[in-house]
Design a protein around this ligand. Sequence first.
Ligand code: NCD
Length: 330
Amino acid sequence: MIVRHLLSATDLDRATVEGLLDAADQLKEGLFGRGVHKLPTLRGRTIVTLFYESSTRTRASFEIAGKWLSADVVNVSVPGSSVAKGESLRDTALALGAMGTDCLVVRHPASGAAQRVAHWLDEAQGFEEAQGLNETQRDTQTGGTRVVNAGDGTHEHPTQALLDAATLRDQLGSLDGKRISIVGDVLHSRVARSNVELLTTLGARVHLVAPPTLLPTGVRNWQVSVGHDLDVALPETDAVMMLRVQTERMRGGFFPSAREYAIMYGLSETRLALLPEHAVVLHPGPMLRGMEIASTVADSPRTMVNEQVRNGVHVRMAVLCHLLASEGEE
Ligand code: NCD
């Protein structure tokens, strides 16, 4: 399938996810060991990153991915932009669209923001239902500004799930039937939501481990199993994904203290030893060492954080190619 915007992991069916991961693998192989990381695929295309929340990995990774594909990449920094003068998200997005931006990569603290931006741009640029097109017809229309969700509030972060899946595939092979435990602050985690969707699409069995206060109320409708005891979950796990405790999204007390959280849900060295020998550890970063993950575990060879970040560039290259490369170029 062809997607017009990448807003949610649910936008992607299994064949499309596998196609993107295969493309990322090919890009990784093709560029490996080459001094110059440059392909001409997106020459003449313009990518703008618009981040209303802090980021190190995601933003740099999109910029590098765009540059390695020869696109022109512009980073709009919200503190220095007209947003600081009170401009709305809609006006900002439409202004960037009107400049001929081919792809807008958006991070915003409000859940649903990227979806709204895509809607506003489609509407302004004539890609809406008003043009008499159904969704499939609209998706296959070329041109206009494509939107990638780089994290919207607690909702979704689809390219993070893709790079996590790429890393898991590298380590475990096919994810069919693999048991992946996602641990910690599921309630506030867009990474968890996108991973539940994407890993399930790839046939994995997802198990959530969290204190009851850090699970969303609707979790019983998700295609996952849920537990509260990390020591019970670890021996049954092929990969464990630790989540950052998102204090910036918390109002009120969700757990008694950082120390107690670390004791109950932190991945310590003793806990690492409970994992089967082949199992690996993932963390989207930034890590809070000593909180959800012990420093020695974070640095252990079983922890894939650097592999995740490396795969992130190739996965985002694959996504940008999918959205922007003309037929034949991909
Ligand atoms: C995540 C995010 O921003 O959602 N980070 C990332 O993109 N690598 C996770 C987090 O901030 O905890």
